[in-house]
Design a protein around this ligand. Sequence first.
Ligand SMILES: *Cc1c(COP(=O)(O)O)cnc(C)c1O
Length: 435
Amino acid sequence: MDVKYLLSVDEMPKKWYNILPDLPEPLPPPLNPATKEPIKPSDLEPIFPKELIKQEVSDKRYIDIPDDVIEAYLRLGRPTPLYRARRLEEYLNTPAKIFYKREDVSFSGSHKPNTAVAQAYYNKREGVETLVTETGAGQWGTALSLACAMFDLKCKVFMVRVSYNQKPYRRIIMQLYGAEVYPSPSDKTEFGKKLLEENPEHPGSLGIAISEAIETVVKDEKAKYSLGSVLNHVLLHQTIIGQELLLQLEKADVKPDVMIGCVGGGSNFAGFSYPLLGKVLRKEEENIRFVAVEPKACPTLTKGEYRYDFGDTAGLTPLIKMYTLGHDFVPSPIHAGGLRYHGDAPSLCLLYDKGYIEARAYDQVATFEAGALFAKTEGIVPAPESNHAIKAAIDEALEAKKKGEERVIVFNLSGHGLLDLKGYMDFLEGKLQPT
Ligand SMILES: *Cc1c(COP(=O)(O)O)cnc(C)c1O
């Protein structure tokens, strides 16, 4: 009956894994854009709580998960199951074994609450009253709204206006959790007002929404800003996925040959893979491939340059060394909205540069075909982002079949696609744009 591998409440890991001390060389520091000097952690205090800044630069390999965050994880459906994709294997007629970690089971439908609840907890503990963020299609906004509801914080979300109008369902979930959701540009900030004066129908962008969120935080002493990917502390919190996975692989009595995840900013890929990748870096494991999958429409690792760039479109953040397509790069509007980021997390970029991680990019239509096959065989409708990982897993299984190998393939199912049915509708009607 090797179909699923569960952990009990007591077996849930109590520590996050921090990859920074195990990196083959130190991470290039974030720079002040004006002076080109490394920024001081204290420069970040107006927008982030102290504990998260400490985690951002920590050299401790393991960091204890606070009890309140453990409780939140348990309520959110952790530990999440590891499944064997038996029916997909049968369909592909492959000797490969395919496993997937189910981050689709959280209330908001993705891995994002893993960091949202941790961030809400530390902010609450330091006396913050309001968390402010931006959201595109709404996955991050939903996760943070949920976390704020769990830790009694106010939540303000600047949602890109086109998404606010076209994708009402996630907005409604955020509002049910008690968040205030503003279409961005909004009349809540000076920057937003200025843009609305120029064009009352302004469609907005993620860069504008970030600017509005930061302006709101800087003007309100009791408010802080919160980010859903890219930063070291976000990746750290996501390692609960990979920490659980290590125990589940033991229960399944398998050693992965290849680990696969989709990459937007890198948080689910890192959270899923870093605990095992850390073992490779410490030479406790070998012969494991790590594959990061991105859309052809936003090929950050496969086509970007490794250099310093701004983290946001507007150029407000420190300069970060990463693979980047340029902070003004505008990807075509593919349905995998969570993968439309011009850069990637710095640690992931360093490990890719040093050859510890491989990358590949897929066309949107191919990823939806993979997602539809997964729905039919495994019964789960995956998020369009997760379809990228599924497509790579299928390709690996087919290659294993050609070579007659019993390859062990493990991928992260970062979320479900039940609020992304417009993309699947376009797919079924043959209207998806190839990239
Ligand atoms: C946000 C999101 C992603 C991409 O973000 P990462 O930080 O790269 O993980 C991937 N999958 C889902 C379901 C998402 O919501």
